[in-house]
Design a protein around this ligand. Structure first.
Ligand code: LMR
Length: 392
């Protein structure tokens, strides 16, 4: 039977992880997968997470099932963090899911189950798994212009030009903040304009939020999203806690649906059933850890401090890399690096240049020239900048 199977295209981020692991050079530099690293290149467990695990260790007295949609308390706490009371709670449905990817997947299943979805509009470029999941689910998609490869900024006029082709019941997939892979974000004014377009076209906004707190701050990063949610009737939000709580391998995510209050129970019922059909129960440990942090003021404060420290480190690395590139290339070509936000920046290099960096310098970035800024250390910034200057 299995001879009928075709081999699958590999995800370029995952492929890069294995290539890096196999490289025996001691000066190799991993700027690939989006994992936060500290000043010595490690990804330690956040103190708030460790302390929360200690509390759970003492308090938890059962590993029995929680429920098909996981912990509702956890989902509500995440809902508050993300939505900041921008919508009446009577209009919110939740389902805990295995990571942001799990939440994306479940929400797309929900949309598909309505049997009325047209095209799902995905930014060009986007996180590669967006398109891969859509293809896997057999859903139609279109791409919209997002990033200008020359200026390395959002080209909003061209984006709107493309989105004017959206039809009623299409879905518009947006990155809540810290756009992956580009690092180029929409301004609040642009979110306001998009909200109007979404209303005019009567399409469903679908927001992937995986980096809240990594850009301009916990609340600042969701200002655009909050404005949007305040002004639309329906929306879907896939939230990941992998990065901002550093619980990557524990798979912590939430699928949130905004609907009319009268539709809440049927939406909730469908989310529950889709969880049952896909994996039954979402994994509990990571969500319980995050919930404990959000429920306990001392732990929450500690988490916020740690998150802010990570954010400031990334900003500092951006400033340093931008000025080092300015020095090495004697140009402003890379000044966008300090204006981008979040873990990633797309540098606008060709795939050949990226390949040279890997072969000749042991520098690993995704083939579209996305770097994980958080993978940098101060002591290697000069090495990276001079290598880039040599290959361009
Ligand atoms: C990334 O984009 O590097 C992360 O979101 C990890 C992943 O799953 O691709």
């Amino acid at each position: 039977m299995f001879e009928q199977l075709k081999s699958q295209p590999s995800d370029k981020i995952m492929e890069l992880m294995s290539q890096y692991a196999e490289d025996t050079r001691t000066n190799k530099l991993d700027l690939g997968v989006g994992v936060y690293k500290n000043a010595v290149g490690a990804t330690p467990i956040m103190k708030a997470v460790k302390k929360s695990e200690e509390v759970l260790h003492k308090l938890q007295d059962s590993k029995s099932y929680v429920g098909l949609i996981g912990s509702i308390e956890f989902s509500r706490n995440i809902g508050e963090l993300v939505l900041n009371n921008s919508v009446d709670k009577k209009r919110l449905s939740y389902a805990q899911a295995p990571g942001g990817t799990g939440a994306l997947h479940q929400l797309l299943l929900l949309a598909r189950a309505t049997k009325s979805v047209g095209n799902v509009w995905v930014s060009n470029p986007s996180w590669p798994n967006h398109q891969a999941i859509l293809t896997h689910l057999g859903m139609n998609s279109s791409s919209y212009y997002y990033f200008d490869e020359i200026t390395c900024e959002v080209n909003f006029d061209r984006m709107v030009h493309d989105l004017n082709n959206m039809k009623e019941n299409d879905i518009l997939l947006l990155h809540g903040c810290c756009h992956n892979p580009t690092g180029a974000n929409l301004s609040l004014e642009q979110w306001v304009d998009l909200t109007q377009l979404i209303q005019e076209k009567n399409v469903l906004p679908f927001i992937d939020l995986a980096y809240q707190g990594f850009g301009d701050g916990l609340n600042e990063d969701v200002e655009g999203l909050n404005y949007l949610i305040k002004n639309v009737e329906e929306a879907m939000i896939a939230v990941s806690c992998s990065k901002n709580f550093g619980v990557y391998r524990d798979r912590v995510g939430v699928a949130i649906v905004v609907s009319e209050a009268s539709k809440k129970s049927v939406v909730q019922d469908n989310l529950k059933s889709l969880n049952r059909l896909t994996f039954s129960f979402p994994p509990d440990h990571g969500a319980a850890v995050v919930n404990q942090i959000l429920e306990d003021n001392t732990l929450k404060l500690l988490w916020k401090e740690e998150l802010e420290e990570m954010r400031m480190n990334m900003l500092d690395l951006r400033e340093r890399l931008s000025s080092e590139l300015h020095r090495e290339t004697k140009s402003d070509r890379f000044s966008f690096v300090s204006a981008h936000r979040g873990m990633f920046s797309k540098l606008g290099l060709t795939s050949e240049q990226v390949e040279f960096l890997r072969k000749d310098y042991g520098i690993y970035m995704v083939s579209d020239s996305r770097i994980n800024v958080a993978g940098l250390r101060k002591d290697v910034i000069n090495y990276l900048a001079s290598a880039i200057a040599n290959v361009i």
